[in-house]
Design a protein around this ligand. Structure first.
Ligand code: NI
Length: 171
């Protein structure tokens, strides 16, 4: 297992649409292991493949944040098949936006269909923080990031700070 380097906004890899996984093989299993290890190492509640530079529809989520009993959810080719009209608001951050957080409004409850690492389909009904985390990660697979859900004013501020940091990092 290995902790992968994170793609930091405005890395263009975060704006690409990811490809569906077709092969449920050992390579996929290894990638899922690395993705989870990377999420835990960076203390995130979710991590999607493009955030480690891979353009495939794979993400992991663990909102329990308990090192003794992790509650890891592995999502391959996930899709939201139902979303509630009721919404909820959480302060979201993202490992690709270090130091940034903003309130985001999303459906409070979602039904998600995905495949596990063996290629078996399953469905989960998620609510609360888990619903938000899953929607945030599925967004990543379509090149959408959390700042796309906030006002243009707030988005511009975060974008400016992130671009400045990226410039400082190379100079
Ligand atoms: Ni994120």
């Amino acid at each position: 297992m290995a902790v992968k380097e994170l793609s930091i906004y405005p890395d263009p890899v975060l704006r690409r649409r990811c490809l569906e996984v077709k092969a449920f093989d050992e390579e996929l299993g290894r990638f899922l292991d690395d993705l989870a290890e990377s999420m835990y190492a960076h203390k995130g509640v979710g991590l999607a493949a493009p955030q480690v530079g891979e353009l495939i529809r794979v993400a992991v989520v663990d909102v329990a944040q308990r090192e003794d009993t992790p509650v890891l959810i592995e999502l391959v080719n996930p899709e939201i098949i139902e979303a509630s009209e009721e919404v909820c608001e959480y302060e979201e951050g993202c490992l690709s936006f270090p130091g940034e957080a903003e309130l985001v409004t999303r459906p409070a409850r979602v039904t998600v269909r995905a495949w596990d690492r063996e290629g078996t389909p399953f469905e989960i009904v998620a609510e609360g923080l888990l619903a938000t985390a899953i929607q945030h990660e599925i967004d990543h697979l379509d090149g959408i990031v959390f700042i796309d859900h906030i006002s243009r004013l707030k988005r511009n501020l975060i974008e400016r700070r992130m671009k400045k940091k990226a410039q400082e990092a190379v100079s």
